[in-house]
Design a protein around this ligand. Structure first.
Ligand code: ZN
Length: 369
């Protein structure tokens, strides 16, 4: 039987290391989301070196509190791919932490949340190299899973085959792009998905892909994922007819033309890169689930026509926290293991399977039902 709940994680005590060398803070209140039948948590830890020495993070583990079973274990080379030092534009080896530095650690552990494990505490252990000495520490405090109903949404698009383009492992993907707010960093695109339409050969454009009109998804109907009220729209972005003539705007204009739709009391759905002149709604307007509200386009920060979709906790494209959602139903046709040859290569097919109340897995090929 399917899980009908998602789980919310929260810290029960202040998380800090025994030695106070490193302090650790969760960036928001994370929740789990069901992906391929597994409850997956998207966690970001801000880790600061408060000592006067350089510390090298060598190993890190997430363990369950009771059984000390390992949920996830990362060695130094794996840590390098999941640590990011926000103030550095160029790549640094973030496992080496001089005094005063802060890293963000991105983790997506799969947590066991069966019926009898409605609550599960999670601990974080780590090993640092401190001037040639290896020291093991456990962050005090724990994360506890609690039941919470997921946000279930209808389809944002209809006919055709769509690739749910995203991967939490991408170093510059939506999941890792933090924006500075007045008092905190925000991660609006934590659960963002870019939908690109493909044909049955996995091609996203006919003939010359430079012409946006050749993209299969271009101009597709964009639908209200639930009943709700439109909170804001932006409609002033023009569109170039070709990819090559497109000028990438800065982060404040990354959305292009967009619609923000309130889907529950504290949840706002964002539809971005919409086609100029296609937005049929205005702020304050009530819409019904399934209403056509705009057309897919190529405005804002984009490398080709697609629908950017995410849900956040407030009405701000950049200064809000991305929150999880699931779709009522979709059919999964397959997945791309990587997108290197995307557009010229078929996906790896799976036996068509109807998926209920889940988030599409990274780079899966789906049909909305
Ligand atoms: Zn996007």
């Amino acid at each position: 039987m399917k899980y009908i709940f998602t789980y919310i994680l929260f810290s029960v005590t202040t998380l800090s290391s025994f030695s106070q060398q490193l302090t650790l803070r969760l960036s928001s209140t994370p929740e789990t989301v069901l992906i391929n039948g597994s409850a997956t948590a998207y966690l970001e830890y801000f880790i600061t070196n408060n000592s006067t020495d350089t510390l090298v993070l060598e190993k890190l583990e997430l363990v369950t509190n009771e059984s000390t079973a390992t949920i996830l274990s990362l060695d130094r080379s794996q840590l390098r791919t999941r640590l990011h030092r926000p103030e550095f534009k160029t790549k640094v080896d973030a496992t080496v932490m001089p005094p005063g530095t802060t890293n963000v650690l991105y983790l997506e552990p799969v947590l066991k949340t069966g019926k009898d494990q409605a609550q599960q505490a999670v601990l974080l252990r780590y090993t640092v190299n401190h001037g040639g000495r290896k020291e093991n520490h456990t962050f005090r405090g724990s994360l506890v899973l609690k039941k919470k109903a997921p946000l279930v949404l209808g389809t944002p698009l209809r006919e055709g085959t769509w690739v749910a383009v995203y991967d939490p492992a991408w170093e510059r993907g939506h999941r890792r792009v933090l924006y500075k707010g007045d008092s905190a960093m925000h991660l609006p695109g934590r659960y963002a998905i870019d939908f690109i339409r493909v044909d049955d050969q996995g091609r996203y454009a006919r003939d010359n892909e430079d012409a946006i009109g050749n993209w299969y998804g271009y101009s597709a109907d964009v639908l209200a994922v639930s009943d709700g009220t439109v909170l804001s729209v932006r409609t002033n972005f023009p569109e170039s007819a070709t990819l090559s003539a497109h000028h990438q705007p800065g982060p404040e204009d990354a959305t292009g033309n967009y619609i923000a739709l309130q889907v529950s009391s504290d949840r706002v759905a964002f539809y971005e890169h919409l086609k100029p002149g296609s937005i049929r709604v205005q702020p304050g307007q009530r819409v019904k689930k399934g209403d056509v509200i705009a057309s897919l386009g190529f405005t804002g920060q984009s490398t080709g026509p697609h629908l950017h979709f995410h849900v956040a906790d407030r009405n701000s494209p950049l200064r809000a926290e991305g929150v999880p959602f699931v779709f009522e139903s979709f059919k999964m046709l397959g997945a791309y293991t990587n997108l290197e040859n995307f557009g010229s290569k078929m996906w790896s097919p799976v036996k068509n399977k109807v998926v209920l109340q889940e988030r599409p897995a990274p780079n899966t090929v789906i049909v909305f039902e």
